[in-house]
Each structure stands twice: as C-alpha cells, then as structure tokens.
Design a protein around this ligand. Structure first.
Ligand SMILES: [Mg+2]
Length: 322
C-alpha cells in the first residue's frame, strides 16, 4: 500500500463533516471559513513511541490520545475545537494497526465535531504530530498569565489516575481487576475537558491543562502570572480506584507529581465564584477548589491541615516543626 492509499483508505471521507470547511483534503491544502466575531486558536502536539506511549499501547488508544492531547490544549485556552491536520510517521504499512489507529482518531474527532482536514504520512519511527485549531469569540481566550492574588485555584475531575496506570504498565504497581479498566482508560483514552474550557471562558483568570503533573503545570501559571500559590493537599481530588490501589499517602504522591490526566487547572477571582458554579452546573460539570493564589514570586506552597507540607518526587514528609 502506497502513501496515497493509506491516506485515502483510512483518513479521508471519514468523521465529522463541518459546514465551515470550504475545501477538504485532496488539494495541496484545505480551506476553512471563520465565522465573524471569532478568533482561531492553534496548537501542535507530538506523540512519540516510548516517550508518550508504550510499544504495547493499543493502536486505537494511540490515535485517541493523540487527538485528545491536542483538544485538551484547546480546552485550556477556552477554545471550541474545529479542525485538525495530522502528520504520521510509521515504520511500515501495517493495515490492521492503521485501521485501529484511525478508528481511535476519528472516535474523538467525531465526538467533538472536529473535522480532519488534512495530513501527511511518511516512513520512519512511530510518531504522530497533530495540529489542532479551535474557535473562541473575539478576545475571550484563556491564558496562563492572568492569575491574581486572592484568586481561587480549581481543578476538574481527579488526579493521579493516569500515573498509576503508567506505573502498572512499568510493573511497579498491581491494579486489582475491579479498578483496571477505569485506571487504564484514564491513561489510554483520556477525556479532553472541552466543555469545562467553554464553561470557564469569561470566568477564569488563567488556565492550563494537566499534562505534566499539577505541581509543574501550576508552576507555569505562577511564572507567567508572577504570583505564588498555596494548595491544600487534602483537597486534591482523587478517585476511589487510585486510593484503593496505592493507599491514601501514596495516592497523594501520584496526584501531585504525575501527569497525563488532561484535567483543567484554572484560577477564578472571588467575585466570579458564583458565576463559575452556575456555568459549570449548566454544563453538568464540577470542579474542585484546591487552593488560592498569593502574592510574591512564583512559589508554590503545599499545606496539609494548615501546616506547611514538603513534597519531593521520592515521597513527601511533614515540614519539621521546631
Ligand atoms: Mg497543555
């Protein structure tokens, strides 16, 4: 099978067909129309074998994750996803793999009404690069730089689930059968928080998605916004599956330091808290308040029950009190 056949067979005339696509795949480039009063938000994310997923990761999951990771970045900007284009490097033409992979791509794209408007394939190490484009009403996009002292810090969903799935694949943790599906799905088939991103548009003062881990992702907001933050580790949302798999103390380590959950982390000014509750409930969503933005120089302070809490990646310990 040649390159053109791969694209024609697996990636064209599939999935969402949007009215704002003027010219779809088949020419040198696609053409889309942007409705008046909207801006285009553009992001690119690359996934490499053995870096972002395992050789054992199912092809469908790789396709799903590749799209979900990009849509998660759009969600963090408050954008509604619209179009993606994809560059795919594959070691060989394995038709069974391509079918599963493309099914994974299109299941996410279709769900979020995203049209695949173009792509390219080449022979090489397994790498998927996607460029996703979304829309926001003029000047309503979210950034990392608007957090102010006094703003409250929120996170959607739960933290640490994908991390424990990764460590079970690495053979470091055993997951009970009853939690296996849930935790593995959190890593292999993440849900981009698109509706939450739309719900907090015009409300959140800053936002980011949790791809690297909440402490490092929050640090990006602190650095860009030139503020500090305090997080109460007892408020971190954790799933029953994570807690029962590794225990409460270890679960905290996963929630703080592992990424790949693709939840949204955002800040909300005090006077917009009511608006946030209304907007989230209209979308049928929830988010957990885990701390507050403080003044000062980009420092993250963890606390537990009002006491400073020291954390490092090999574990954590209570701040030794004099
Ligand atoms: Mg991101």
């Amino acid at each position: 099978m040649k390159e053109f056949d791969v694209i024609r067979t697996y990636f064209t005339n599939r999935g969402a067909s949007r009215k704002d696509v003027v010219l779809r795949a088949g020419d040198d480039a696609a053409v889309v129309k942007v409705a008046a009063g909207n801006q285009v938000v553009i992001t690119t994310d690359m996934l490499c074998e053995n870096v972002h997923f395992f050789s054992s990761t199912p092809a469908r999951a790789i396709g799903h994750r590749a799209v979900a990771a990009n849509l998660s970045d759009l969600a963090a900007m408050g954008a509604t996803p619209a179009w993606i284009s994809m560059a795919l490097s594959i070691p060989s033409v394995d038709e069974e793999w391509l079918k599963e992979f493309s099914d994974g791509v299109f299941e996410v794209a279709e769900y979020y009404n995203v049209e695949v408007v173009g792509g390219d394939t080449t022979q090489g190490p397994l790498t998927i690069t996607i460029c996703a484009k979304g829309l926001v009403p003029d000047d309503t996009y979210l950034t990392r730089c608007g957090a102010k002292p006094g703003d409250w810090i929120y996170v959607t969903g739960s933290l640490g689930d994908a991390g424990v799935a990764i460590e079970s694949i690495n053979g470091k943790v055993e997951i009970e059968p009853k939690h296996k599906n849930y935790l593995m799905n959190r890593f292999e088939y993440p849900t981009p928080r698109v509706a939450a991103g739309e719900a907090i548009r015009g409300i959140a003062s800053s936002a980011i998605d949790v791809s690297d881990g909440i402490t490092s992702d929050l640090q990006h907001i602190l650095t860009r916004s030139k503020v500090s933050a305090e997080i109460d580790v007892e408020k971190l949302p954790m799933s029953k599956a994570l807690l029962e798999t590794v225990g409460a103390e270890e679960a905290l380590r996963y929630a703080l330091s592992y990424g790949d959950d693709y939840e949204l982390l955002f800040t909300v000014p005090e006077d917009k808290k009511g608006g946030l509750d209304i907007s989230l409930s209209q979308f049928g969503l929830t988010a957990t308040c885990i701390g507050q933005i403080k003044g000062g120089d980009s420092k993250l302070q963890l606390t537990r029950g009002g006491t400073p809490f020291i954390f490092n990646h090999s574990g954590f310990e209570h701040f030794s009190q004099k």
